[in-house]
Design a protein around this ligand. Sequence first.
Ligand SMILES: Cc1ncc(COP(=O)(O)O)c(C=O)c1O
Length: 450
Amino acid sequence: MKDESFLRENNARQLWHPMGAPGDMQANAPKVITRAEGVRITDLDGHSTVDAVGGLWCVNLGYSNDVVKEAIAKQLYELPYYSAFAGTSNPPAIEAAHAVQELFAEDGMERVFFTSGGSDSVETALRLARQYHRLRGEPTRTKYISLKKGYHGTHFGGASVNGNNRFRVNYEPLLPGCFHLPSPYSYRNPFHETDPVQLAQNIAAAFEDEIEFQGAGTIAAFIMEPIQGAGGVIVPDASFMGLMRDICDRHGILMISDEVITGFGRSGDWSGARHWGVKPDMMTTAKGITSGYFPVGALMVNDKIAEVFEKDNSGEAGIFHGYTYSAHPVGAAAVVATLAETRRLDLKSNAAARGTQLFDGVQKLAEKYDIIGDVRGGHGLMTGIEIVSDKAAKTPMDMPTMKRIHENAYKAGTMVRLGAHNVLMSPPLTITEAEVDVILASLDAGFAAA
Ligand SMILES: Cc1ncc(COP(=O)(O)O)c(C=O)c1O
């Protein structure tokens, strides 16, 4: 590797970063993370912090899982790559599909299609939803409904169903036929409804209304995150996903549960849909599927969809979609090892316990700091803190203050993530009680410096 002075000098010169303005990155050079161990990361200055971001909602096993690292290394020597396009397969891919399906069998998931990440999984789901309806003889079902504040990645399909304008405006026009319902965000919503139960019912009514307006026979699928992650950790009422499921069923609309963050234990259950007692038609996953050690995603479908594709007589069931790295043998080996470790360590239970500790701790901080407008979480290791400059008016905090909070929390020992005026946290699911206490103490220091 090049020496430190090269890294400092060239940081952000040639490399354009996702989700940042190139000029801004040059003016404020990104932190260079050089090492990681357990749940801690270390930067180029040697400063070590607890990683409350979990890489990017993905390093569920922490950074030191040798089982996964060794599985990846071993597979690189056996078979570093071979295509899985129709006609060829590889042993780890067969094993990985079996392991993924087994983990989500309780959710009704029967088949697995591997991708290279979350956006790919969402794109695959949206495309296969249309093909499913065509195969069933309803080719007019092409539209998608989703939730505002939702995040479904950055491909054109995913961006079109995304519910945050930051990811949309510069890239328009997006896919036609995508419509959005209000988010189950009780702190701010167009109904001015603070009761989450009533809000869930209002959104369900809006869904019914939209279906009537569009015509059920034109809608292919409804996509939602069980807990909206990047949009600010927005936790709906426990009734919400079930209400949406019933409406989808009554109108022949497929339900896609986007589990890219919530899958593999983060919500306190193996899937977010299971957390709410719902069985979707499709699940999109990535992140925790390899704990971030290798880029892999997966779409899963239930038997209803599998049957339509597998029993087709029209000759149109060919999936002319997929990626060079779909079912990549090294990625698949990472999946097999990650899932074995995820189950062995029962990550979902630690996520539930430590998630409650983090949520309770932040709620205590909210009593101390008026700038904390809303605290969201309490369902696994996903916590969002909405920061405001005026609590009564709910005025979003300005960016310089947000950056000050971020920097001071970092100095005090924790890396957090900012999503506009929200502090977002999704630490590794292996985190200990003492490490959650470090996060809380760092946040305290960050807010004190606001
Ligand atoms: C719910 C959800 N869907 C899709 C994606 C996109 O995944 P990726 O960044 O791997 O393409 C993300 C990423 O954070 C996500 O949170």
